[in-house]
Design a protein around this ligand. Sequence first.
Ligand code: ATP
Ligand code: MG
Length: 651
Amino acid sequence: MSETLANLLNETRQFPPSAELAANANVKEDAYAQGREDRLAFWETQARRLTWAKEWDQALDWSNPPFAKWFVGGQLNVAYNCLDRHVEEGRGSKVAINWVGEPGDTRCLTYADLHRLTCQAANTLASLGVRAGDRVAIYLPMIPEAVVAMLACARIGATHSVVFGGFSVDALASRIQDADAKVVITSDGGYRRGKPSALKPTVDEAVDRCPGVEHVLVVRRTGEDVAWRDDRDKWWHETVEQASTEHAAQPFDAEHPLYILYTSGTTGKPKGILHTSGGYLTQASWTFHAVFDHKPDTDVYWCTADIGWVTGHSYIVYGPLSNGATQVMYEGTPDTPHKGRFWEIVQEYGVSILYTAPTLIRTMMKWGDDIPAQYDLSSLRVLGSVGEPINPEAWMWYRQNIGRGETPVVDTWWQTETGAIMISPLPGVTATKPGSAMTPLPGIAADVVDDQGNSVPDGGGGYLVLREPWPSMLRTIWGDDQRFIETYWSRFQNMYFAGDGAKRDADGHIWLLGRVDDVMLVSGHNISTTEVESALVSHPKVAEAAVVGATDPTTGQAIVAFTILRGSVPEDEASGEALVKELRDHVAKTLGPIAKPRQIMVVPELPKTRSGKIMRRLLRDVAENRSMGDVTTLQDSTVMDLIAGGMQSAK
Ligand code: ATP
Ligand code: MG
């Protein structure tokens, strides 16, 4: 990318918080000044929201950058902060998790229940020889035991490595090997799209390649038959559920490793991100309190992410539980048994804070407004989005159709590497703009810079960077300090390079513009994928779009777009030339002729990672007629055949 990204999209709608929300907000305007005046003091204040066994001597040791140490000398137990202190303070009977299985079975776990189970799991892991510092791999569906397993590791100081339950043998084996895990926690299976989906066979095959694994702990969820190795496999219900419920949580150093988590793999080979304890929990906990304006006595929170992604780690486990939240956890897919399932759950449990991903919002748009309209969504008061840039029209749809046109939408930018939310509106403070993540949170030094690392002026675009260390930052890439330095700290001096493009609008607000690797260079102009996609999605017939730059003899690169139409568009219209022309003209009108796509393909699906992010590099391969790169993190590999087939016939 040369100096700046073109700034094409002009969004003028703005939504201030209601007076009531503003008056009762957990975090108010003054927090920004506190963060600016004394960043470290600000984070020390937030760290004091936790219970420490020993207070730290130094807030930040940055004497050996980029290797940060936060709350040096402090000691705490992460699981104690998520469970014991709530029980000790008389909140043991409060519901922690209202769990909904895909087939419709439910479980309700209080903080006391979760505490008891976690103590039992901690005792079991210890009896299997797991010690502080050992790694444990967790490969589970979205069942409460996944939360318990993570907290049990945290409790005994073992480092968990959660692997998304949809991953293949290869992906699981390589992650177990990379972390050298001693124990794997899994289940017979889980429910997916109306039927049991086995997990244990994948573990069996993976563990055959991992001689370091001594035990496999198996939760019974589906009751299907599983192969068994007596010397290695243990049932959860015969061990954990029989173990002592007494377990004293011992404090660990603030910098004690908490978990390894591999990035989604949108851009290539996943990186094993290492997070530690005190700083991570401080920021995960405070951002949950601040960004969702969470009120422990009245709110019911639901994050639809899988526990296998960082969103699940920070905003299903560590953020909500350290705040004593009551949350919903759902095992299955949004369209099983019907397309209103999410809204049925919101209605049933009175969900007040919902945190989901743009991919889901766009899918709901495609399915049609009439589906959410059938449910009572009046309990909702804050809506969140994470994972990809949210197109302004998808943001508006979310606010109008899910949030009654009233609730704030917080678009939260962060990464596996950042550990917690970094750029986001605050619901009681920020006048939001559809499609913008708006403002770095208090205590966060995010900036948009040009090629030379200079801040771009308002109205300019460039690279998103972080100028100062933050408490929940990754500490390294597991086992590969050199890759850590090269990937994040070598592009600019003394700055963390996020790999995302961004612009600052005329008011200084930040808009994420997609991956730097995806930026298109058309006739000498850098054009962001996000802006062209958002222009397409702003057309009433389009639900979702992905654009890529394909080599072009005249313009260098030309824009090729793949679009999914809304369900309301009739079949004959969807396949017609007229619609393609209409869409090309619409983009040219919205963004200018430079952004007019050379080619638009109407497709049934887009290639996505398992966490729902569009994989543009594969579409680029299609658009340029290349054989496809690494597809191991792809959700559904048949999608690519469908798209590639359509591409051939369009030529
Ligand atoms: P990999 O690094 O392996 O390619 P990944 O970047 O998809 O995978 P994650 O850490 O899950 O893995 O995703 C973080 C990325 O997701 C960000 O760098 C950004 O590109 C995108 N992202 C997340 N939230 C937002 C948001 N609110 N707006 C725009 N982009 C977002
Ligand atoms: Mg990434």
